[in-house]
Design a protein around this ligand. Structure first.
Ligand code: B4P
Length: 197
C-alpha cells in the first residue's frame, strides 16, 4: 500500500501533480480544496461555512476537514492507497490523519514536499485566477495571505514528518513533466517497510 501526502505552499503544483501521480500509482486522490469547492458549489451547510474563510485565504477549521477525510476513508476501505493533496495543513490535522490511518491498518508512506519560490507561486496563482474563477486566486493580497498562513500554520508540518523519517523535498520548479519525473523517482525509492501498510 502506498499512502502519500503531497505537500507545498499554495501554487506549488499539488493539484496539478496529484492528477498524474494518482493515475500512475492507482491511488485515490483526496484534495480537501476540491472537496470544499464542491461543498460550496452544492450550497451545503459545510460549503456555506467554508466559502468566506476560503475567499480570505484562511484555513477552514480542522474538525471540518478531518470529518470530510474520515468520510472518504470510510467509503474506500480496500483501495491500493491514498494521495492526500492539501491535507494535512496543520499539526492537529497531521495527528488526526495518523490516528485515522492506524484505525484502517495503514500509515503515511511519505510526505512529498514541493519547493517553489514565493514570486513564482504568486505568478502561478495570479495566472490561474484569470481563468479559474476561484475567489482565493482573485488578488495579490489574498494570495500573499495564503502564503503567510502556509508559513505560520502549515510549514511546521515539515518538522513533523522529518521527525517521523518521512519528509522528502522535491524541487517544484521546471516543466510539469520534469517535476512528475522527480516525484516518481522519489516515490519509487520509498523503502518497502514504509509501503507495507
Ligand atoms: P487548495 O485547493 O489546496 O489550493 P492551493 O493550495 O492553491 O493548491 P492547488 O492544488 O489548487 O494549486 P496547485 O499548487 O496545484 O486549497 C484551497 C483553500 O481551501 C485553502 O486556501 C483553504 O482555505 C482551504 N483548505 C483546503 N484544504 C484545507 C485543509 N486541509 N485545512 C484547512 N483549510 C483547507 O497549482 C497552482 C497553479 O500553478 C495552477 O494553475 C497550475 O496550473 C500552476 N502550475 C503547477 N505546476 C506548475 C509548473 N511546474 N509551472 C508553471 N505553473 C504550474
Amino acid at each position: 500500500m502506498l499512502n502519500l501526502v503531497l505537500f507545498g505552499p499554495p501554487g506549488a503544483g499539488k493539484g496539478t501533480q496529484a492528477a498524474f501521480l494518482a493515475k500512475a500509482y492507482q491511488l485515490v486522490h483526496l484534495s480537501t480544496g476540491d472537496i470544499l469547492r464542491k461543498e460550496i458549489a452544492s450550497g451545503s451547510a459545510i460549503g456555506q461555512m467554508a466559502k468566506d474563510i476560503i475567499s480570505k485565504g484562511e484555513l477552514v477549521p480542522d474538525s471540518m476537514v478531518i470529518n470530510l477525510i474520515q468520510d472518504k476513508l470510510d467509503k474506500n476501505p480496500s483501495v491500493n492507497g491514498f494521495l492526500f493533496d492539501g491535507f494535512p495543513r496543520t499539526v492537529p490535522q497531521a495527528e488526526a490523519l495518523d490516528n485515522l490511518l492506524v484505525h484502517y491498518g495503514r500509515n503515511v508512506s511519505a510526505m512529498l514536499s514541493l519547493e517553489v519560490g514565493k514570486e513564482e507561486l504568486i505568478a502561478r496563482l495570479i495566472k490561474r485566477g484569470v481563468t479559474s474563477g476561484r475567489s482565493d486566486d482573485s488578488n495579490r493580497s489574498v494570495i500573499e495571505n495564503r502564503i503567510e498562513v502556509y508559513n505560520q500554520k502549515t510549514a511546521p508540518l515539515i518538522n513533523y514528518y522529518r521527525n517521523a523519517g518521512k519528509y522528502e523535498s522535491i524541487n517544484g520548479e521546471g516543466s510539469l513533466e520534469e517535476i512528475t519525473k522527480r516525484l516518481k523517482t522519489c516515490i519509487d525509492q520509498i523503502p518497502q517497510n514504509r509501503k507495507s501498510r
